[in-house]
Each structure stands twice: as structure tokens, then as C-alpha cells.
Write a protein that binds this ligand. Structure first.
Ligand SMILES: [Fe+2]
Length: 565
């Protein structure tokens, strides 16, 4: 039997994935979760300890099975660093990425030998970055045929690629690569001008801030010049031309920008206008895809994390289905690289799966037992067993804020119920309470609603499946007053729609919560504090209970409450 380990080796957001001999994901996890450092810049995706941890989750036997190692970058460095230029990216970012990637290219294989996963020299199989994005997109889509649009920062062969998906096989139609063709780098550039941190990946702060600003004609006119399109594809412009345009634009928008020290709301109009212009750029690309009259569109690449835009696409373009994988950014390419190797060896299409995002680590049962035992003298401990969904729903309805560590971790940036903080969306003060007492983050930032998929039409104006919290939808005006804690300033919510097939436990919580309150919606945010990745260990989850305003945590099916015993 042959297993495939995929490694995302872009230099930032490293991740590893293991594909089983049937072509399905057996394990996938971003390195940042394991090392508990946001984005894990420069860390090897096959870090020995993480690889050992991952292999323990699957049925691989080195005495019986073979292992293939695959990466999501098709080249090694052949061009001198000095030849790399990109006016939209700061020099120190370019240099660091180049050096980190070189380090990753040179070291792949060492951990496999150390752990005796193979006694053969590792021959790394390298796959094109955008093909990896596309393969991951198809894996998490139910579509047989579609158009797959990769909108990215920068790959080794492109910043934008369009693929035809036929019978779940990929064929590239076109790709564009020049500095002026990257929507991802445009958004990164915008992020810096709004006073946020590109290295920390704070593009989503721009999205959140956009709801508070005004789309201004003067800013739109300037920002629209950063990229140019013709026939729905980016126009080739050389570095000199782009630099000259950027310099003019930066001067003319200077009055609307902010430094990190200045008040956040100072950049609200720039964020709103920049987000609007991003939508116009992306619309242009999708309009090109529509020439092929697809009924399904798969959006992926880092820009597919733009949930505000994603939620507007399906109805406006008359599509039946818009699918976005739970991991559209570079971490997801660990899956794509391994899938492409499997497809190549089997001469087979990308396998269908149950589409579950629960592909990461399981909490260690012995550690859960030890933490429960240690907690017993200090906290109220309730072994809920199969009744845990009902118990959590009741406690939420009573106003508790509950951290959940249950089952395998989600793969991708969103907490989707297994490493989540859950709360009642009805109290107006709940958002501020969680931002201040639990997460320690900016007051303006919204929280996401989770809702049964078959109830979407009752609550949203543009209902559509969004199982991985990747689309922001507009609330129906008559519903807003019922769920103030999950309504953003522009009357939207970044929804997670839940079916009993994909999310049985979370669906049970929603059903029980509606029985208690009449509202089938719960606030869901990731189980972490600001600046840290989502928790990985049982001990860190207990630490969050003890050091934040969480009222309780659910470890497995045991509820541990601060309330007096
Ligand atoms: Fe990418």
C-alpha cells in the first residue's frame, strides 16, 4: 500500500497532509497549530515531531507500506535572489520567502529518515502551486464538472489560474503571472496602507473594518489603477510601469491611510473602498469564467478567504453552486500536492469524500482524563456522554460562554465546532464580552453565526450553503434584532451552515438550542486568544478556562464549569 505525505512549503503557513491508499485525506494539519506560533513562518512542514504526531493518526506501517513525499512548489531555486522583483511586495518579504523556501527545499526528507518511515532515499515529487490549490478545491466540492478559479498572492507559475474541471479531473485553461496580476498582493498592499500587519496575515481585519466605512469614488478611482484587465485577464505591465502607478496612487490616497499607531477607524473608508475594488477585480475574472457557462464554480487560493466577496457571487452570476474549500490558502496545498501524486499514479480523478473538515489532531484521551481528574476539586465537572449537545445548548441558553475541544480538529483557518467558542447570539452585549474577556481583541470585530442549512432561507436574504464559514450573507432585516451578537455593522454575518450529515454534534446543539430559545443560531468563534493559533493541546484548553472569561469548557463529552460545585 502506498501513502502520500503532502507538504505545503511556500515559506509561510506550512502544513502537512497524509492521503491514504484510496486517495482520501487521512490527516491534515497546519504547522502553526502544532508549534502554536501564528503562520509558522520559516518552520519546516515536515518538522520531525509534527510528522511523528501525524503518522500516529493513520494506519501506516513502514514494514508493510510505501511512502511518497510531495510538495506544493514545482521548482527549486534556480534564479538568483536579486532577479526577483515585485513592486507590490516589500523587499524584506521577498528575500525572506526566498530564503525560507530554499531551507524547506533542501531539508525535505530528513525527518522521514530520522523517524525510520522509509529506508529508501526520499525522492520529492513537486507539484505546481496552483494545481495544488485547484486539487484541494475539487476535493472539498461535490461538483463533477465546474470551473475552478485560483486567485492567489503569488505562486511559482502564476498569481491567477483558471482550470476546467471535468469528471473531477483538472485541465488548466490559462494563468497569469506578473507583479501587476496579483489580487492577493493587491490586498496585502491595501492591508499595510490600512495600518495592519501583512506578516501576521491581517487581511481579514481590513474585511471586518470595511463594514464601517464608505465606498468613496475618489479612492475607488485610485485603487482601481493598481491592477488592469483586458478580456477578463490581467494586462501585462512591467515593474517600472507598476512602480510608477503605485507611487502616484500612494500619494493620492495618503490622506485616507493610517499607521498602526493611529485609530483604526481612520482607515475605514480606505478598507471599504479597497474591498469594493477587490470585488470589481474578482468580478472581472469570474465574468471570464462564465463564458464557459458553468453551473458550478470552485473558488480557491488565498483570496478565496475573502468571505465578504464570496457571499455575493452565486446569485449575481446565476450559478447553482459556489464551493470554497475549508483551506483555500497555502496550508491547504499540503492536501493538493498529495492528491495530485495519487491521481497521477492511479490515473484517476480526484476522489469524492465525505467533505468533512475534521482532519486534524484528536485530543489525547489520557490527557483529557488527567485534566478532568485535576479539575474535579476546583470546578463543577459533568460527564454528559451522549447528552453533551443538549447540556451545552442549555448552558448556552443560560448565558454561558463555552470552549469546545471535541473530536478531530478542523483543517483550515476557521473553527467549525470542534475547536470553537460557542455562545448565545441574542444578548446585545455578548460580542463585546467575548472580545474583551475571552479573546482580548479589537471591539469592532464581528463573530460568526452557525445555523442549520435548511433554516438559512428563514434568516438570510441570499441563502446558500456555506459549510466552511467562507461566505458572508446578508441577514433578513426583520431578524436582526434577534441575533445582535452575530450581526456585523453592515447587517451581514459570516455564516457556517450545518447539516446533520457533516456536523452531527453541532447540528444537535442547534436543534436543542432552538428548543430552549426559539432561535436556531449560535455564535461560533475560534478557541484561541488574540495573536495565538487555535488551541492544540488539552492543557492549553484548560489554561484558557483558567485565564480568560470562559465560563466552561467541553473536553470530549465532559463539561467543566467555573460555576460553584
Ligand atoms: Fe497560494
Amino acid at each position: 500500500m502506498k501513502w502520500y505525505v503532502g507538504l505545503s512549503n511556500t515559506g509561510h503557513d506550512p502544513a502537512l497532509a497524509i492521503i491514504d491508499p484510496d486517495g482520501r485525506v487521512a490527516f491534515a494539519e497546519a504547522t502553526e497549530r502544532f508549534v502554536q506560533v501564528k503562520r509558522a513562518w520559516g518552520i519546516l512542514p515536515d518538522l520531525a515531531a509534527h510528522l511523528e504526531h501525524a503518522i500516529a493518526h493513520v494506519d501506516f506501517d513502514p514494514a508493510r507500506d510505501q511512502i511518497e513525499v510531495c510538495t506544493s512548489w514545482s521548482t527549486t531555486h534556480k534564479r538568483p535572489k536579486d532577479e526577483l522583483t515585485n513592486p507590490l511586495m516589500a523587499r524584506h518579504m521577498l528575500d525572506s520567502l526566498y530564503d525560507y523556501q530554499g531551507c524547506q527545499f533542501n531539508n525535505i526528507g530528513a525527518s522521514f529518515r530520522l523517524l525510520e518511515l522509509t529506508d529508501q532515499p526520499i525522492e520529492v515529487r513537486r507539484f505546481e502551486h496552483h494545481a495544488c490549490h485547484a486539487a484541494t478545491g475539487v476535493y472539498f466540492s461535490s461538483a463533477e464538472d465546474a470551473v475552478c478559479l485560483v486567485i492567489d498572492g503569488e505562486g511559482e507559475t502564476g498569481a491567477i489560474s483558471e482550470y476546467a474541471v471535468s469528471g473531477r479531473r483538472l485541465k488548466r485553461r490559462w494563468r497569469a503571472w506578473n507583479a501587476g496580476a496579483s489580487l492577493g498582493l493587491y490586498y496585502g498592499w491595501l492591508t499595510l496602507r490600512c495600518g495592519f500587519d501583512g506578516i501576521k496575515g491581517e487581511e481579514w481585519k481590513v474585511m471586518g473594518l470595511a463594514a464601517f466605512g464608505e465606498v468613496r469614488d475618489d479612492l475607488v478611482a485610485e485603487l482601481s489603477r493598481v491592477l488592469a484587465f483586458e478580456n477578463h485577464r490581467p494586462v501585462n505591465r512591467d515593474d517600472e510601469e507598476i512602480s510608477a502607478i503605485l507611487s502616484e496612487v500612494e500619494t493620492r490616497i495618503a490622506h485616507a491611510t493610517r499607521t498602526p499607531q493611529e485609530p483604526i477607524m481612520q482607515a475605514a473608508d480606505l478598507a471599504a473602498s479597497g474591498q469594493y475594488v477587490y470585488g470589481r477585480f474578482a468580478d472581472n475574472l469570474i465574468a471570464g469564467c462564465m463564458k464557459h457557462e458553468p453551473s458550478s464554480l470552485i473558488l480557491t487560493g488565498g483570496c478565496a478567504l475573502n468571505s465578504s466577496y464570496n457571499g455575493t457571487v452565486m446569485q449575481r452570476f446565476g450559478l447553482d453552486q459556489v464551493d470554497i474549500p475549508p483551506c483555500p490558502a497555502d496550508d491547504g496545498n499540503a492536501i493538493g500536492a498529495a492528491l495530485l501524486a495519487w491521481c497521477e499514479d492511479q490515473d484517476a480523478p480526484i476522489a469524492r469524500s465525505d467533505r468533512s473538515p475534521y482532519l486534524g489532531s484528536s485530543p489525547n484521551p489520557a490527557k483529557i482524563a488527567a485534566c478532568i481528574e485535576a479539575s474535579a476539586p476546583h470546578f463543577k465537572v459533568s460527564e454528559a456522554g451522549e447528552n453533551s449537545a443538549n447540556l451545552v445548548a442549555r448552558k448556552l441558553a443560560e448565558g454561558q460562554i463555552i470552549g469546545v475541544m471535541r473530536g478531530r480538529a478542523e483543517f483550515g483557518p476557521r473553527a467549525l465546532g470542534n475547536r470553537s467558542i460557542l455562545a448565545d447570539p441574542r444578548p446585545a452585549g455578548m460580542k463585546d464580552k467575548i472580545n474583551r474577556l475571552v479573546k482580548g481583541r479589537e471591539a469592532y470585530r464581528p463573530f460568526a453565526p452557525v445555523i442549520p442549512e435548511d433554516r438559512l432561507a428563514d434568516w438570510f436574504e441570499t441563502p446558500q450553503p456555506t459549510p466552511y464559514m467562507s461566505k458572508t450573507l446578508r441577514w433578513r432585516p426583520d431578524k436582526l434584532t434577534q441575533i445582535p451578537a452575530v450581526a456585523h455593522a453592515d447587517d451581514t454575518g459570516r455564516a457556517q451552515s450545518v447539516t446533520p450529515e457533516l456536523y452531527p454534534w453541532l447540528h444537535d446543539v442547534l436543534v436543542a438550542f432552538e428548543a430552549e430559545t426559539g432561535v436556531p443560531i449560535i455564535l461560533n468563534t475560534s478557541l484561541n486568544i488574540m495573536g495565538k493559533p487555535i488551541v492544540h493541546s488539552v492543557e492549553d484548553t484548560v489554561a484558557m478556562l483558567m485565564t480568560t472569561g470562559l465560563d466552561a469548557i467541553l473536553l470530549g463529552d465532559t463539561l467543566i464549569e467555573k460555576a460553584s460545585r
